[in-house]
Ligand binder design. Structure first.
Ligand SMILES: [Zn+2]
Length: 364
C-alpha cells in the first residue's frame, strides 16, 4: 500500500503507519506550543499519543491473531489518526469464530487496564484539572483511562465496529447470516446518525466516525446480501457453453464491431481451435487508446494468461478469484476438459436473477 511507513512484521502481518498520522503529531505539538507549554510537556503529550497507538496496534493484533487461529490471514495492519485497521482476508462466517475475533480486540485493552490498575493513583481523579496536561504524575492513569475508553467505545453495537460484529454474531446463532447482517447494519446506522448529531454538540471527530460507520455498515451489508445470493451455487450453474470467440488474427477493429454488434463484451482469443488468450473490455480500451485499431491483431493486445477455474468451484470463490487476479473472463474446466467460460457479465446477471428469485420467495 502507498502512503504508509512500514514499522515491522508480527507473525507475518505487516504493521504500517499512514503518513496522515504525522499531521496528528504536528497538531499536538502546535496546540502545545500555542498554549505556551514547555518542551517537557510536549514530550509527554507526544509520548502519550504514541503509547496509545501502541495499544491500538495491540488491539488490532488481538483481532488478527485470533483470526489466524481460525486460519484467516490478515493482509496488514495500518494506523490512521482515527484508529487502526486490520485487513482480514475474510470475515469468519461461523458465529462463534466471529464472536471471538471481534471480542479479542477490546479484550486486549481491558487486559491492559487490569494489569496496570494497581499502579494508578485514583486520588488524581478527584480534580478533573489533573488530567488536563499529561505528565509523569498522571501518565499511567491517563493511559489506563484511554484503554478503558477504547474497549468500551469499540463495544458500542454499531456495525461494522467490534460491538456491531459481536451483535451480528450473537444474532447469527439464531437466524441466517444475511438477515443478521441486515439487522446489525440497521442498528449500526441508527447509532451512526446518533454519533453525527452528537458530534455537532460535542466533538466534531464523532461526525467523521459516524459517517465512516454509516457507509461501512451499508457496504458490508450489501456485500453479505450478494454473498448470500450466490450461496449453494457452483460455476457449473452459470457456465456459458457457447463461448464467444475471436480469431487471434482478427484486428482490434473487428473486436469493436463484434462488441457493438452483439451482447458479448468478453471473448476467448483462439488459434487453431484452441484458446490462447482472452480479450475483455480492459484490453480492448487499452488497445484503442494506444494502437491503430485496423492494423493491430488481437494476439498482440490480448491477455495471454488465461485464468482456469474448476466447474465445482463455488460462484463466490470464483468471483473473489477473478477480482483478485483482475480478470473479466475465465475458462471453466471439468477435470481436464474445457466446458465453457464465465465472465463478469454473466456473474452480474446471475446475482440479479438470484435477487429477483429471492424477492419472489419473500412475497410468496
Ligand atoms: Zn477492534
Amino acid at each position: 500500500m502507498k502512503n504508509v511507513l512500514q514499522l515491522g512484521t508480527v507473525k507475518g502481518i505487516k504493521v504500517s503507519i499512514h503518513w496522515t498520522f504525522l499531521i496528528l503529531i504536528g497538531w499536538i505539538v502546535f496546540t502545545n506550543v500555542r498554549e505556551g507549554r514547555t518542551v517537557t510537556d510536549i514530550f509527554w503529550s507526544v509520548g502519550f499519543i504514541l503509547s496509545i497507538f501502541v495499544c491500538v496496534v495491540l488491539h488490532e493484533l488481538g483481532h488478527a491473531l485470533t483470526a489466524q487461529r481460525f486460519h484467516i490471514k490478515t493482509k496488514d495492519i495500518t494506523l490512521y489518526p482515527i484508529g487502526g485497521v486490520a485487513r482480514l482476508e475474510s470475515i469468519p462466517k461461523k458465529p462463534r469464530e466471529e464472536l471471538l475475533v471481534a471480542l479479542a480486540g477490546p479484550a486486549v485493552n481491558l487486559l491492559i487496564v487490569i494489569l496496570l490498575y494497581p499502579f494508578i493513583d485514583i486520588a488524581l481523579l478527584e480534580d478533573p484539572n489533573n488530567l488536563m496536561v499529561i505528565g509523569s504524575a498522571n501518565f499511567v492513569l491517563a493511559f489506563v483511562a484511554v484503554n478503558f475508553w477504547l474497549a468500551i467505545f469499540n463495544l458500542i453495537p454499531a456495525f461494522p465496529m467490534d460491538g456491531g460484529r459481536v451483535f451480528r454474531a450473537l444474532l447469527s446463532f439464531k437466524i441466517n447470516r444475511a438477515k443478521a447482517t441486515r439487522i446489525a447494519a440497521s442498528l449500526g446506522q441508527v447509532v451512526a446518525i446518533g454519533f453525527v448529531l452528537l458530534g455537532f454538540y460535542a466533538n466534531p471527530f464523532l461526525i467523521f466516525i459516524g459517517l465512516f460507520i454509516f457507509l461501512g455498515a451499508q457496504a458490508e451489508s450489501n456485500f453479505v446480501q450478494v454473498e448470500a445470493l450466490m450461496e449453494g451455487h457452483t460455476l457449473k450453474d452459470i457456465t456459458m457453453h457457447e463461448t464467444p470467440a475471436l480469431s487471434a488474427d482478427a484486428s482490434v477493429a473487428d473486436a469493436v464491431h463484434e462488441v457493438l454488434n452483439g451482447q458479448n463484451r468478453n471473448f476467448l482469443v483462439v488459434e487453431n481451435g484452441k484458446a490462447i488468450g482472452t480479450l475483455g473490455q480492459l484490453e480492448l480500451i487499452k488497445a484503442l487508446r494506444e494502437k491503430d485499431e485496423s492494423e493491430v491483431h488481437l494476439r498482440d493486445v490480448m491477455d495471454k494468461t488465461i485464468l482456469q477455474l474448476q466447474a465445482s468451484l463455488s460462484v463466490y470463490d470464483a468471483l473473489v478469484k477473478m477480482q483478485r487476479e483482475k480478470k473479466s473472463v475465465a475458462i471453466v474446466k471439468d477435470g481436464d476438459a474445457e466446458v465453457g467460460m464465465v465472465d463478469t457479465d454473466n456473474l452480474g446477471e446471475f446475482i440479479l436473477i438470484q435477487g429477483a428469485r429471492k424477492q419472489f420467495a419473500e412475497v410468496e
